[in-house]
Design a binder for this molecule. Structure first.
Ligand SMILES: [Zn+2]
Ligand SMILES: [Zn+2]
Length: 341
């Protein structure tokens, strides 16, 4: 079978790999149907590393995945032909974090396309069936692949304890910022204000349900929030990864508000702790997600979230190298790039 392999920094090539399987007990063999390109995939392609994760051996990229079950091992509730979204991180299931339900913190987690674990830009994968979630009839493979970034938005809302009627400020309108916007709306936010520095991204946020948008190069998020809700934001979600982002949200927050840090930038994140203290803010962080796939699938399947609207560019798997070249220097209005098999 064909696999797209990052052989080393800047070098992607198709390689022939042995088709995996047959699936063991508890596993499913899945024919991959759609994979979204994530910022992290592009970053490994361009830099060969993200922080301490370094590409030292050839690596298959891709972790936002949907597909069709082709075969299952013993004790699996899925059947051949089932369409599934696949959660890319497989934790040990036994350590304290796993047993407390925070399996995203498992030190033994194996996460697709994080060195040295291969990802899903390959024709077939074998995966634990409990991390393959059946898609409802109404959902396409493209939406199945988008469940991964949507799970981040859902987890951010969960961590922010977002409640119906809340005023929400989101800094950053890339894929994750948009997924946080869609999730916040579905969770019953009364007002959502979104900030970015790219007008095309702000236009997309408006089209997808933001009540107000702010170009933070020339205006203040705190002032824009105050125009719709004088007290400030009940929940602030940082999705830009910019080092100024956390502080922008501290200023936009209402007393007693919650701030959730999602975006990870290369720089340290300074934060005015005293400004946060006088509002008694709760500051929380997000690392990937745990048990957010079922909610994300329900939100899309029920029509509460239209995740597909973020896809702007589609490539066939055979053209996946061109897709990555495009992803390195996208248009200002580029949203999610999808690879379809
Ligand atoms: Zn991703
Ligand atoms: Zn564990």
């Amino acid at each position: 079978m064909k696999a797209l392999v990052l052989q080393k920094r800047h070098t992607l090539a198709f390689e022939s790999r042995r088709k995996p399987g047959p699936p063991a007990a508890g596993e499913a063999l899945v024919k991959v149907a759609a994979v979204g390109i994530c910022g992290s995939d592009v970053h490994y392609f361009e830099e060969g590393r993200i922080g301490d994760f370094v590409v030292r051996a050839p690596l298959i990229l891709g972790h936002e995945t949907s597909g069709v079950v082709e075969a299952v091992g013993d004790g699996v509730a899925l059947s051949p032909g089932d369409r599934v979204a696949m959660e890319p991180g497989v934790p040990c299931g036994r350590c304290g974090h796993c047993r407390r339900g925070r399996y995203n913190l498992c030190p033994g987690i194996r996460f697709w396309a994080t060195p040295p674990v291969d990802g899903s830009l390959v024709e077939y994968v074998v995966h634990p069936a409990e991390f393959c979630y059946r898609l409802p009839e109404s959902m396409g493979f493209d939406e199945g692949a988008l469940i991964e970034p949507l799970a981040v938005g859902v987890h951010a809302c969960n961590r922010g304890d977002l409640r119906p009627g809340d005023v929400v400020a989101i800094n950053g309108a890339g894929t994750i910022g948009i997924m946080a916007l869609l999730s916040a709306r579905a969770y019953g936010a009364r007002v959502v204000v979104v900030a970015d520095v790219v007008p095309e991204r702000l236009a997309r946020a408006t089209a997808l349900g933001a009540d107000a948008v702010v170009d933070v190069r020339s205006a203040s998020l705190a002032e824009a929030v105050a125009e719709t809700a004088r007290a400030g934001a009940d929940v602030g979600i940082e999705c830009s990864g910019s080092s100024a982002g956390a502080d922008v949200l501290v200023r936009a927050a209402a007393p007693g508000g919650r701030i959730v840090l999602v975006g990870m930038g290369p720089q340290p994140t300074p934060l005015d702790a005293v400004a946060a203290m006088v509002k008694e803010l709760d500051i929380r962080t997000v690392f990937r997600y745990a048990h957010a796939y079922p909610t994300a699938i329900d939100l899309v399947g029920s029509g509460l979230v239209s995740a597909k609207s973020i896809v702007t560019d589609r490539f066939k798997f055979a053209d996946a190298i061109a897709a990555f070249e495009f992803a390195r220097s996208p248009r200002p209005d580029t949203g999610k790039i999808l690879i379809e098999f």
